[in-house]
Design a protein around this ligand. Sequence first.
Ligand SMILES: [Zn+2]
Ligand SMILES: [Zn+2]
Ligand SMILES: [Zn+2]
Length: 573
Amino acid sequence: MNITVLGSGTSVGVPTIGCHCPVCTSEDPRDRRLRPSILVRWDDHAVLIDTTPDFRQQALAAHIEKLDAVLITHAHADHIMGLDDVRPLNFRAPGPLPVYGSAGSIGVIRRTFQYIFDSGPTESSIPKIETHVFDGDTPVRIGALDFVPIRLAHGSGTVYGFRFGEAAYLTDHSGIPAESMEKLRDLDVLFLDALRYRPHPTHSTVERSLATVEELKPRRAFFTHICHDLPHKETEAKLPANVRLAYDGLVIHVGGAAGFRVFRSLAEVPSDFGPCALTIGNFDGVHAAHRSIMNRVAAIAREHGWRAAAMTFDPHPTALVAPEKRPKLMTGMERRTELMRQAGLDEVLVLPFTPEIARLSAERFIREIVTGKLDARAVVVGHNFHFGRGAAGDTATLHELGQFYGFEVEICPAVRRRRYVVGSTQVRKFVSSGDMSNAWRMLERPFSLEGAVVPGDGVGRKQTVPTLNLSEQAGLVPLAGVYVTRTHDLDDGRDWRSVTNVGTRPTFGGERLTIETFLLSPFDGRTPQRIRVEFLHRLREERKFENAEALKAQILQDVKRAGRFLRLSEKFL
Ligand SMILES: [Zn+2]
Ligand SMILES: [Zn+2]
Ligand SMILES: [Zn+2]
């Protein structure tokens, strides 16, 4: 579940009309506060708390396209006056929008927006709303989530906050009754009214809300309904580390981040995928340049409280657009997403690259998928990024669309290793020519193959060293030859120094490509079932020997040289 702060300001908003105080004229975007409201999203659901006079602007900023319900805390003007602006959401929804409030709030809404509830035909569109009164004791259930009304004192009146899961939102209040306090234990996130330092008859203050935090001990607290007395930066500097000022656009993931997630289609993408910092690409190999992009994505996401996300494609777009040029890939999708997780990403969408996707113009690709579906607030890509039908969009197009649709664009410069620009095509060339050290430099890890261990043709078992044959490979394989390698058991973490022969084993009249690994030390226990073989260094090309004896002598020679290489490299790595 995530919570987006749509507005963090008091009833008149900040800046306040006609005011020239330092906060109202501040350059810090966090000092610009719309009227108070939050959006709660989980799975496929979205619930809005209060429809402020700024709702239209807030809905556009948060890319709200559908709502399951609106909950009303109380019917003061700064919390309800935007109700008419739900109309465009009505057009996109099958039925009327449910609005929940206390009997008092619903009564005020029905009088204030009398035209909505008048029976009889109208010539212009009016909101389609279905009002529901809650009694303050029974939770409002939306999807599988209960919103528990929390009774609060707001001056002499009674208003409501809500608790949902491990989060609670208590806007306008001057006091919290004891029985309400009991409902606010064990929270991850607590939002609290903190208007200003000076006392106010109907609102809580910084000091009083700090006392509430002290008593309830939520893991994190955010102050909201803030007036122009509190400059964001200076005020936060005085607060304890677990108490922050909310600001418009802030997104908080409740109960910790959702963990690493991979989605295999657009239909699987949940509503809390974003807001995100996003990168887009094939990312075959997840090499140094990919990782520098992903590190930026993770940094931007952390700074804003967004998710760090990547969109990648399966199959490789070339397979559809120019099948004859389809490259042999270095990383299968599982390995690729695992490397992306290690690079700091939170979620990956593996988009099936279909003819429909290939036909999307650059503009529609951004509008429908990048902002519409994934809610990207920042897009980070490499300098040579192309997208959209016929790869017509480039980084300049992306900048333009970013300005239009309101997301940041960051272009990462080329990354060099020695005299080469790091790129997947270049790494594949190194691997295909057996230049494992340059491949290693660009990947920042040795090139590797993985798969099941399959029975060999029995020759290996007669050798003095344990031999493991790797199953047939769909992807890129190093140039035929003999390599110094390291072998890992993928099931239990054992690893061995090894020598690997890639080739057709001409000494034994073989024709099929085999990848045969000789472990330099015997293994205890069971024979490995699934292994990863890392290619460190090419020793020699594959040769045909007179007989098995000559081959065996050469292998012993290879093992000796491999041992020397490994001792040296382990010393320097
Ligand atoms: Zn208010
Ligand atoms: Zn001011
Ligand atoms: Zn109020």
